[in-house]
Design a protein around this ligand. Structure first.
Ligand code: FPP
Length: 236
């Protein structure tokens, strides 16, 4: 599993996951409402996703809204949902950009129009051969594991049929490689219930830069660091 680098060669992680944190502080610094921070964060998300596609990354997962984010004031939640609506209405762009988009999380309980737009966006980009982009929405890692266990019980698996592969196959990310590299900007050092099963062997990278200011040059710095890490997966 350990990727040996040839001299001068850069081996990209297969799957990068990003916690898009710091939108609120970005807005506060500018005396703007938090919704303006999320709008700037969304704009930046599009730039970073395009960049990842351009450099040939295979998988990108971004944390857009957690199962815990409903605790925020209604006005802020509504503003994030509106930003999502705009993004999804623009879904034809996924096709032009050759990005395949997939939403992971408890999607079915979201407002009906958003659920409809999500299915449309996934369907429209199904044949794209570029970056595979997962957008985690109403997502919680523990909730994802509980859902997988419920499926296992409903399918009547015997105890000896339950192994790591059986659980992985019932997560939202079934069939995808686990993230190799998790990036959290904005100076926080938490996983916040993001991809908790899948990140067992992921490398982490933190930065003080707030998400709306996190540009391709920062991503390049992160990837460069990743390329110099020695991943042992429990070996020596
Ligand atoms: C965390 O920053 C950010 C969020 C909870 C929302 C992230 C949402 C977006 C970037 C928009 C997503 C849009 C699309 C199209 C995927 P925070 O609000 O916790 O920031 P703070 O810690 O500085 O308060």
């Amino acid at each position: 599993m350990f990727q040996k680098r040839k001299a001068g060669e850069r081996i990209l992680p297969e799957h990068i996951a990003i916690i898009m944190d710091g939108n609120g502080r970005w807005a506060k610094k500018r005396h703007l409402p938090r919704s303006a921070g999320h709008a700037a964060g969304s704009k930046n998300f599009k730039e970073i996703a395009r960049y990842c596609n351009k450099i040939g990354l295979h998988y990108l997962t971004v944390y857009a809204f957690s199962t815990e984010n409903w605790k925020r004031p209604k006005e802020e939640v509504d503003s994030i949902m509106d930003i999502l609506r705009d993004y999804l209405k623009d879904a034809k762009n996924f096709k032009d950009e050759n990005i395949q988009v997939k939403f992971i999380g408890k999607i079915e309980v979201l407002p009906e129009d958003i659920v409809y737009l999500i299915h449309d966006a996934e369907e429209n980009s199904r044949d794209a051969t570029g970056l595979k982009l997962n957008i985690a929405l109403n997502y919680g890692g523990r909730d994802e594991i509980v859902t997988a266990v419920r499926r296992i019980v409903a399918e009547g698996l015997r105890p000896d049929e339950i192994d790591e592969a059986a659980i992985s196959a019932r997560l939202y990310t079934a069939g995808q490689p686990d993230p190799d590299f998790i990036i959290r900007p904005s100076g926080e050092f938490r996983l916040s219930n993001f991809l908790i099963w899948q990140s067992a062997y992921a490398e982490f990278w933190y930065s003080d830069v707030l998400w709306p200011d996190f540009k391709p040059k920062h991503l390049e710095q992160a990837i460069d660091d990743y390329c110099h890490r020695n991943r042992r997966f429990g070996g020596v």
